[in-house]
Design a protein around this ligand. Structure first.
Ligand code: ATP
Ligand code: LTN
Length: 337
């Protein structure tokens, strides 16, 4: 019995991140930090979503550089290629292939309701391309190829996850049990870290205002400065309350990096000013991110190691995902060669 328990299959986890810039504190607390923590208990797969990055115009040389850096950042944030499958999306052709098939099982109306599409098409009015619209079909392919049980993401990706589930259920109803129906795994604190300059919008690595976000590679002095400049309100009390978006955001960040509850934070800072609180948050964040910056600098010295890791990752990912793709092709009626 004990032996059987040991060999029982570990639950599968999968998630991805776009190489659209250095990871922000939001990406870290909302997603990547949890990915590292899940490696012992689960069988994990993480990848750099470079094909998704093409939905917004990129400078080719910069995208190549950012993709390698994003891969190194994943490792620097604690993803261990000995424990998890780590790869780059465009190296594994099954993603694009399944994406096409799934886009034929995804409705125009469903895609039109995606808030990320609405936001990004409003932001890039000169380039509202078909890829931006069908983005969720590629994301569904990324996920369903690996039959994961859970997909750890920040709150902004919940809608895409729901669409993935709907498409998978629809497909299974037509053809039998082809896909595992994945569940979103969204952290309790830090699932939506907000911009430091406009706390009603999410912190985003592609924001044009660099004071709006903290990256995991920012120097401690820069981090503290960005927090000191964070937009708050004209009140003076440090407490979590509706309407105090700026302070709520800082409290949520502080709680996520120190583990303190909101009550404890309110107690510790009662009678103190916003200035003191902002400095404390900045210093705590800087301390949390320090090891990542150091690991990243070391990893970038060894390009051969990085290349070796992403090549091995692509090989394994191709092998695993090909099995699902072959099944899908057969089910939908494509003639095998
Ligand atoms: P972009 O600005 O290019 O859209 P992004 O910063 O939104 O990028 P993604 O690559 O889209 O980052 O997301 C990677 C992961 O980080 C996803 O799981 C996403 O939900 C999470 N994430 C992104 N922004 C935040 C945030 N502000 N707070 C918490 N989690 C976030
Ligand atoms: N769309 C996600 C990135 C992403 C992803 C995925 C996340 C692409 N494919 C598959 C989880 C699973 C984003 O913008 N954050």
């Amino acid at each position: 019995m004990e032996e059987r328990e040991k060999t029982e299959r570990k639950k599968i986890i999968l998630s991805g991140i776009q190489p659209t810039g250095v990871f922000t504190l939001g990406n870290y607390i909302g997603a990547v930090r949890n990915w590292g923590r899940m490696q012992e208990e689960f069988q994990c797969a993480y990848f750099i979503a470079d094909l998704h990055a093409l939905t917004v115009r990129q400078e080719p040389a910069a995208l190549r550089k950012q993709t390698l850096e994003a891969f190194a950042l994943l490792l620097a944030c604690g993803i261990d290629p000995q424990k998890s499958l780590v790869f780059i999306q465009s190296h594994v052709h099954t993603h694009s292939e399944l994406s096409w098939i799934l886009s034929c099982y995804t409705q125009f109306g469903e895609l039109s309701r995606m808030t990320q599409f609405k936001d990004k098409s409003a932001k890039h009015t000169d380039n509202v391309n078909a890829g931006l619209f069908t983005y969720p079909a590629l994301m569904a392919a990324d996920i369903l190829l690996y039959q994961p049980d859970f997909v750890p993401v920040g709150a902004d990706q919940k809608q895409h996850l729901e669409l993935t589930r709907d498409v998978a259920i629809r497909f299974n109803n037509l053809y039998g049990n082809v896909f595992t129906i994945p569940e979103a795994y969204i952290p309790k604190t830090g699932a939506r870290v907000m911009s430091l300059q406009d706390p009603t919008r999410k912190m985003s690595k592609s924001d044009t205002n660099i004071n709006a976000f903290v990256t995991v590679l920012d120097e401690p002095g820069v981090i503290v400065k960005k927090f000191k400049r964070a937009v708050t309100d004209s009140d003076t009390e440090i407490c979590y309350r509706e309407g105090k978006d700026g302070i709520n955001n800082l409290m949520s960040i502080y709680s996520a990096v120190t583990g303190l509850s909101y009550e404890q934070i309110e107690h510790d800072f009662s009678g103190k000013g916003y200035g003191d609180f902002k400095t404390a948050v900045g210093e705590a964040v800087a301390e949390t991110l320090r090891p990542i910056r150091e690991n990243f600098a070391r990893l970038m010295q060894d390009k051969t190691y990085l290349e070796d890791m992403y090549r091995k990752g692509a090989e394994t990912a191709s092998l695993i995902s090909s099995r699902t793709l072959a099944k899908v092709k057969k089910k939908v009626g494509l003639l095998s060669k």
